[in-house]
Design a protein around this ligand. Structure first.
Ligand code: HEM
Length: 438
């Protein structure tokens, strides 16, 4: 029997709790070719270089490997494919959605100039210079939601900090931000979970494609109805603002808005759940840091940056495509090849970060790859940062003597969006909220 390659071991579920030793192995050869022919890039400098290289495309329609996978799926499901693919930040759902009605992808899966136009249109309502207050204005409401979730833990000795805390918080925030009824979560959770399960390498390609198609169809119908309702009766939320905008570059089409709404809904919470739960787990493994955060809640700001480096929610970006032959680290990536930047390996590259396997929130750390790099740098980063800072400071400040009941915890299946599925923690009690923070 042949020994599984390092990459196959990384994808294997048994290594989900700790893939970092395997990433160190992978980095010994900065650019290697995986079994499926894609070029894995694992060192910091090479990842950054490729993510800033205009010869590297995010448009999966230009990726022969993604197109072949989608075509295989179409043969098995009988649906028409839009030739989209996965990049690990929520667009799995979008992929299926594209197939259901032949819709185009969102700007995550586009190249300039379309990417830049749509990102600008969306940013007009999300951040500076047009809407500087959108995220900051949510802070009091975020504190209120987190305080309520922690209050609800009072009287219990065993809690699940994913189901009871890390999950419901970002879901509530993204729903309020977008103008999605928070009660709809029970409906879309099933489909989002199914779309994410479709990235599980333990599932065969046919089943993966079926799950994506089924989940995508439902999510697309759901978002189409929601967008129509917001166009008809606009509120003060983000979807309404984007639907109603007659700015200098014109309106988004219905299809563009539906794709974007889906991307924001899914990317807007799945990744943040993992940042918060990976953060709680890391703090429980570093009691000295937990104690420091309890005494100094402002430490949450650099701590979240270090977490995005040390335990990032997005581990790699599949299906980038070389548009030309690209020479890098002594290897030529041929035109048409798939490229997979392994962000989580780059984040722990000792050539870039000293003592990379230590969790050191005090270190200078403003160039991690947790939010990617280049033109697709995470759109929602300011929101995710604020949510994680508030959640971790509140967790440290209010839960009395938290201890892991299961270590390692059960992980979610995806090797791309990596984080615990459950986080069973024993506590001695819940402290009262500090007046003025609730
Ligand atoms: C901790 C939480 C988050 C992490 C780790 C994360 C990570 C990432 C990464 C790595 C990318 C780059 C993808 C690529 O280059 O292909 C990305 C892009 C993106 N993220 Fe996030 N994300 C987070 C939260 C959010 C939130 C809260 C939102 C929405 C409100 C969001 C919306 C997006 C969008 C729209 C893009 C596409 C940007 C573009 O293509 O220009 N993300 N994210």
């Amino acid at each position: 029997m042949t020994q599984p390659s390092v990459w196959e071991q990384i994808l294997d579920y048994s290594h989900r709790p700790n893939p970092y030793q395997l990433y160190a192995e992978l980095r010994k050869t900065p650019v290697t070719v995986a079994e499926d022919g894609s070029y894995l890039v694992s060192t910091y400098a090479e990842i950054v270089s490729l993510l800033h290289d205009p010869r590297v495309s995010s448009d999966v329609g230009r990726n022969p490997q993604a197109a072949a996978a989608a075509a295989a799926g179409a043969r098995t499901t009988g649906t028409e494919t839009a030739g989209t693919g996965t990049a690990g930040t929520g667009e799995e759902a979008e992929e299926g959605a594209g197939e259901a009605r032949g819709l185009g992808p969102s700007f995550l899966l586009m190249d300039p100039p379309d990417h830049d136009r749509l990102r600008r249109l969306a940013m007009r309502h999300f951040g500076p210079p047009n809407t500087p207050g959108r995220v900051a204005g949510l802070e009091p409401r975020m504190v209120e939601i987190v305080t309520g979730l922690i209050d609800d833990l009072a009287g219990r000795t065993r809690v699940d900090l994913v189901d009871d805390f890390a999950y419901p918080f970002p879901v509530a925030v993204i729903c309020e931000l977008l103008g999605v009824p928070v009660g709809d979560e029970r409906r879309f959770r099933v489909w989002v979970d199914m779309a994410l399960e479709s990235t599980d390498p333990g599932v065969d390609a046919e089943t993966q494609q079926q799950k994506r198609t089924e989940a995508g169809k439902w999510l697309l119908d759901y978002m189409t109805d929601l967008v129509a309702a917001h166009r008809q009766a606009p509120g003060t939320d983000l979807l309404s603002a984007m639907a109603d905008d007659d700015g200098p570059e014109g309106r988004m089409t219905n299809e563009e808005l539906v794709s974007l709404g889906l991307l924001l809904l899914v990317a807007g919470h799945e990744t943040t759940v993992n940042l918060i739960s990976n953060g709680i787990l890391t703090l429980l493994h570093h009691p000295d840091m937990l104690a420091r955060l309890r005494d100094d809640p402002d430490l949450a700001i650099p701590m979240v940056e270090e977490l995005l480096r040390f335990e990032p929610p997005v581990h790699f970006l599949p299906f980038r495509t070389a548009l030309d032959d690209i020479e890098i680290a002594g290897t030529t990536i041929p035109a048409g090849a798939s490229i997979t930047p392994v962000l989580a390996a780059g984040n722990r590259d000792p050539l870039h970060t000293r003592d990379p396997d230590s969790f050191l929130p005090d270190r200078e750390n403003n160039d991690h790859l947790g939010f990617g790099s280049g033109i697709h740098l995470c759109f929602g980063a300011p929101l995710a940062r604020l949510e994680a800072q508030i959640a971790l400071a509140e967790f440290a400040g209010r839960l009395d003597n938290p201890r892991l009941a299961e270590d390692p915890p059960l992980y979610r299946p995806s090797p791309i969006l990596r984080g615990p599925r459950h986080l069973a923690v024993d506590i001695d009690g819940v402290r009262a909220a500090v007046p003025g923070t609730e």
